[in-house]
Write a protein that binds this ligand. Structure first.
Ligand code: SME
Length: 192
């Protein structure tokens, strides 16, 4: 088992190593984050938010930041089969930058887990998508889902959607962790 102190030490090292270097044009993403214990998970989400901050530092372009954020999550968070954005366009969501299999392009606010998130502006944590009325199955491998609203001022600009092949992959700690990282992204981006 990895101790919290060890994870923190690694976090400091990783932050040093990952400071964005425009000259080198490189950014080293941490290895697969350790989510094996509640303490390791908390430290891992702190690292994810710090990496998101470093990754988008000095860049406010929406497409660039959303693409980079999706890739960061995809590379470092275990047990995902889709991670990305749906952008709010009127009463519909339109697919944005993501990682994973091709997905549904448009989702009305009235449909699916993403629509429920857009409507309510509340995090949707679905342990078993097959038990969620109206769930939209973009990938039959998905068994659980976490969707977070991206709100800037009083405007819903997008939702961030995560799918996992493992039932009950996400818990309240994941929701808190992703909410913090999404907050970093929301504040550092000019939303079109
Ligand atoms: N499952 C989502 C649709 C989007 S895909 O999972 C990428 C939903 O029910 O809204």
């Amino acid at each position: 088992m990895v101790s919290l102190a060890a994870v923190r030490r690694r976090q400091v090292d990783d932050n040093r190593r990952t400071a964005f270097s425009p000259d080198a044009m490189s950014f080293e993403v941490a290895d697969t984050l350790d989510m094996s214990t509640p303490a390791a998970k908390r430290a891992s989400y702190e690292l994810l938010a710090a990496q998101a901050r470093s990754l988008i530092e000095g860049e406010r372009d929406m497409v660039a930041n959303l693409a980079q954020f999706s890739a960061l999550v995809w590379q470092s968070v275990p047990e995902l089969n889709w991670a990305g954005f749906y952008l709010a366009r009127g009463e519909q969501l339109v697919v944005g930058p993501f990682q994973g299999k091709v997905a549904c392009v448009r989702i009305p606010f009235s449909k699916g887990v993403c629509g429920a998130c857009a409507r309510s502006r509340e995090i949707q944590l679905v342990e078993d998508v097959h038990a969620f009325p109206g769930h939209i199955a973009c990938d039959s491998a998905s068994n659980s889902e976490l969707v977070l609203p991206v709100v800037v001022g009083d405007r819903l600009v997008a939702v961030f959607d995560l799918d996992s092949p493992r039932t009950a992959r996400f818990d309240a700690e994941d929701a808190r962790g992703f909410a913090a990282a999404v907050q970093v992204l929301a504040a550092g981006t000019d939303w079109a």
